[in-house]
Design a protein around this ligand. Structure first.
Ligand code: HEM
Length: 406
């Protein structure tokens, strides 16, 4: 568990755009209070920064995900970029599109994300998970975040994009610098440089795949036609980048958070190990419990009346998955980890039109690791302080030292 709860805090005094409350405090009580008392909350402007709306109830968040006319993604889908005037990849990256162009590109990409198309990637992830758990069990300890969870999702994405084996180490280094959400200014500047390097890398890879296409997603993006035209280089590069961003750190945080949750709930770990709980329900509860993407951002496409207030056309609206996944109107005993929970219609992968394209893959990765833990690990305990990610968008642990044995 992290820091103290905001039990009596006035929600207007807490800046939800600031990474610190998310990293340093337990917001459970704050979310509960907002859901109960102020389900449409306004965070006022701060200095030059615009204000934004905060939705916290499950039914409001899922309704907003469904209503892509009134809650638009085509200026950006995370709070930080919206507060800074919009995303430079808006209209080019799948998650930052609305309407027919989104439907057409999503339809094209879906083929590459079907369970059948992904079966080879899933096999490779199962093997990698088994090898990593075996190796680190022999050593007796590891940082589960960097030694295991840090490697699997990236491997899956490199398989999907068919990144040549010799480039993978370099890409791994660039992404850990680019995607780590740091509290430190120097590290944050490095992250920008690394993001530029990743875009350049994909620019080069896309050029090669245009020349000689293969059976991978980069080739698919370079060869496909959407509404009668090929994607531009920029569109190909941004979408590769988006897959990397969308699939790597999120899955990693779910994996690490899952292990941390098992350490905190020994009875659940015992029940899982004894085989009384299926991997399928455990995966869903880990996804609900960890909710790696705390929110999604939208822009109001019209004036919207809700809970007695009016969201004005053009306003920024944030949909807090972190709160919706703990809504007691939908989940019994919501603040308890229950690996056998059923039904479990969490919003971790969003809902509706932009429902996560990588959900099957992420579930397969988490399932592979949970299966290996169940089969191979006897005891497991914390072996040092865990460290949280600094972000208002991603939630979870970037470091989790553990000691374990078979
Ligand atoms: C636990 C892991 C993951 C979580 C929590 C997650 C979460 C999400 C969420 C919340 C959205 C909706 C964003 C929005 O509506 O603005 C989304 C969309 C998306 N995700 Fe994931 N994701 C995960 C893994 C992956 C993986 C492994 C991939 C691919 C390799 C991926 C690719 C995508 C793509 C392409 C979209 C955009 C879909 C669209 O706009 O139609 N995600 N994801």
């Amino acid at each position: 568990m992290i820091g103290e709860q905001y039990e009596d805090a006035d929600p207007s005094e807490i800046d939800l755009a600031d990474p610190r409350p998310h990293a340093e405090r337990d917001l459970t009580a704050l979310w509960r209070r907002l859901r109960e008392k102020e389900p449409l909350h306004w965070q006022p402007p701060r200095g030059a920064r615009p204000g934004f709306w905060v939705l916290t109830r499950y039914h409001d968040v899922s309704a907003a995900y469904r209503d892509t006319q009134r809650f638009r993604s085509d200026r950006g889908n995370v709070l930080d970029t919206l507060l800074n005037g919009g995303d430079s990849a808006a209209g080019m990256m799948l998650p930052l599109m609305d309407g027919p162009h989104h439907t057409a590109l999503r339809g094209t990409l879906m083929k590459a994300f079907s369970p059948r198309a992904l079966s080879g990637v899933v096999d490779s992830i199962r093997t990698a998970s088994r090898e990593l758990v075996t190796e680190f069990l022999e050593r007796g300890r590891c940082d589960f975040a960097s030694d295991i969870a840090g490697l699997l999702p990236l491997r899956a994405i490199c398989d999907l994009l068919d990144v040549p084996p010799l480039d993978r180490r370099r890409l791994l280094d660039m992404t850990s610098s680019a995607l780590g959400s740091h509290s430190d200014d120097a590290l944050r500047r490095n992250a920008w440089v690394s993001r530029g390097e990743i875009l350049l890398y994909f620019s080069d890879l896309a050029a090669r795949r245009r020349e000689s296409p293969g059976d991978d997603i980069v080739s698919l993006l370079t060869q496909c036609t959407v509404h009668g035209r090929r994607l531009t280089d920029e569109e190909v590069i941004f979408n590769c980048y988006s897959l990397m961003l969308g699939g790597d750190e999120t899955t990693r945080l779910a994996l690490v958070g899952g292990v941390a949750a098992l350490l905190d709930a020994p009875a659940q770990w015992d029940a899982f190990r004894s085989g009384r709980i299926t991997t399928e329900t455990a995966v869903e509860e880990v996804l609900r419990w960890t909710t790696p993407t705390l929110h999604a951002g939208r822009t109001a496409g019209a004036d919207i009346a809700l809970h007695g207030r009016t969201i004005k056309k053009g306003d920024i609206v944030t949909l807090w998955n972190a709160s919706a996944n703990r809504d007691g109107d939908v989940f019994t005993d919501p603040d308890r980890l229950l690996l056998s929970r059923q039904p479990n219609r969490h919003l971790t992968f969003a809902y509706g039109t932009h429902f996560c394209l990588g959900a099957f893959l992420a579930r397969a990765e988490i399932g592979a690791v949970l299966d290996d833990l169940r089969r191979m690990v006897g005891t497991m305990e914390a072996a040092g302080p865990a460290r949280r990610v600094y972000s208002n968008f991603l939630g979870g642990l970037v470091s989790l030292p553990i000691a374990w044995s078979g």
